[in-house]
Design a protein around this ligand. Structure first.
Ligand code: CMC
Length: 431
């Protein structure tokens, strides 16, 4: 049977070309345009990568129309109900769920890497007390490359694996220290007999002068949130990590680039923006006004936590988070938090509105997360840092997959040039 091809013809020259079509395991086929410029002399144009697959990947699959999300084939609903973040991190990196021995070994390795070099702690002192945690995170994670550069050979699979372990292990320590710095409280060292989420909560909220016990409800909620945010295929921050890494750059620097990309309000920064928006809306009587603002093309206001490039259906993560949210608020005694009521009413109004229906704009992962974080005592400006802790597992899994791919080349998009034609340099007096 002949291989499927896609033909493209140029009406002005009458030439045509057959391009190979590649089928994935799931999802739409892709037209391989890799030889298009060489053989046909044209580029493809797709700003925002709306129709462009940038790589092969076996890590995560999303069906945006059906609202499906799979990590290595496993539905997110099953992982959120039955797994732990550490197990999911293993799954993303190694491709399969660990058996008990593998899980114990992996947990022990991650636990052994949770401390950060004491000198790194002094970096925080260079930041003003009100520095945004994401700004500190970009800087401190990037500076890890100064600690692990000469000894990191990215061509050695073992070194890549150690970098992955270090990053997953140290992110909660680094993020919690950002919070402690902003509070003016001493940094809390990791405690290795705790689970990954419990350790993080303790580093956030313990103080040296008091005992601190992690609430198991908060611990499980945190673990589920970490699972839900762990990966999302070729989103902006993951693509940033891949692009930065495609030049052979240090992995810690690449993850720092990913954190920078995540920070924006169109991406991971949306969770912080949602809570600020709900505070601004204030009460249910104001909902119609803000929905009207979101629809007004002359107003830059958007309904934060709504819409997604890939999901044209309810984001499956939002469905899970909505449920966790009710559970957490009820059990932690914040059942009457008016923010949740406000969010639910806003969702209801938007989902009935023609504008949102037509454009298939549904709540995304960030719509309800802020309400849970708030209930757990996490301040608004730390929300995106929480996302970054979890997404580090996905970023590093993608970086490892990319470096190990024999077809890997430096990422180098082309452009449609619209600047001036060639012109002569004029002397300063003639300008
Ligand atoms: N409020 C109002 N209108 C919206 C919204 C929104 N939240 N999102 C999209 N639209 C409109 C947009 O104006 C456009 O309308 P029209 O066709 O009339 O010009 C249409 O819907 C399509 O939007 P788009 O901006 O072309 O879609 P995109 O795929 O480029 O952007 C998005 C996706 C997530 C950036 C966008 O929906 C958005 O800005 N949402 C709010 C921010 C947010 O919640 N981001 C978190 C995303 S999920 C977590 C993550 O990825 O990190």
């Amino acid at each position: 049977m002949s291989k499927p091809t896609f033909s493209l013809s140029d009406s002005s020259s009458g030439r045509s070309i057959e391009l190979p079509v590649r089928d994935g395991v799931l999802g739409p086929s892709t037209i391989d345009v890799g030889t298009l410029y060489r053989d046909f002399g044209v580029f493809t144009y797709d700003p925002g990568f709306t129709s462009t697959a940038s790589c092969d990947s076996s890590i995560t699959f999303i069906d945006g129309d059906k609202g499906v999300l799979l990590y290595r084939g496993y539905p997110i609903e099953q992982l959120a109900a039955k797994s732990s973040f550490i197990e999911v991190a293993y799954l993303l990196i190694y491709g399969n769920l660990p058996n008990q021995t593998e899980l114990d070994e992996f947990s022990a390795i991650i636990t052994n890497h949770t401390m950060i070099n004491e000198t790194l702690n002094s970096f925080y002192r260079g930041f003003h007390h009100d520095a945004h945690p994401m700004a500190m995170l970009v800087g401190v994670v990037g500076s890890l490359s100064a600690f692990y550069h000469d000894h990191t050979d990215i061509n050695d699979p073992k070194d890549r694996e150690i970098s992955a372990h270090r990053l997953i292990a140290k992110m909660p320590t680094i993020a919690a220290a950002c919070y402690k710095h902003s509070k003016g409280e001493p940094y809390v060292y990791p405690q290795n007999n705790l689970s990954y989420p419990a350790n993080f909560l303790r580093m956030m909220f313990a103080v040296p002068c008091e005992d601190y016990e992690v609430d198991p409800i908060a611990e499980r909620a945190m673990d589920v949130l970490f699972i839900l945010h762990a990966d999302h295929e070729q989103n902006a921050s993951t693509s940033t990590v891949r692009l930065a890494g495609s030049s052979g750059a240090n992995p810690f620097a690449c993850i720092s680039a990913g954190i920078a990309s995540l920070w924006g309000p169109a991406h991971g920064g949306a969770n912080e923006a949602v809570l600020k928006m709900l505070e601004e809306v204030g009460d249910v009587g104001q909902i119609e006004k803000y929905v009207a603002k979101a629809k007004d093309k002359d107003d830059p206001f958007r309904l934060m936590g709504f819409g997604h490039r890939v999901y044209k259906n309810y984001d499956p993560r939002a469905t899970i988070i909505r449920e966790v949210c009710h559970n957490v608020l009820e059990k932690l005694g914040n059942g009457n938090d008016p923010t949740l009521e406000l969010a639910m009413r806003l969702e209801e109004v938007a989902l009935r509105d023609e504008y949102f229906v037509e454009r298939k704009l549904y709540p995304n992962v960030d719509f309800y997360t802020g309400i849970i974080y708030k209930a757990l005592g996490i301040p608004t400006n730390m929300f995106t840092a929480m996302f970054a802790i979890a997404r580090t597992a996905g970023w590093i899994a993608h970086w490892m997959e990319m470096i190990a791919d024999p077809a890997q080349r430096i990422g180098r998009p082309r452009q449609l040039y619209l600047g001036p034609e060639k012109r002569d340099y004029p002397g300063i007096t003639t300008r």
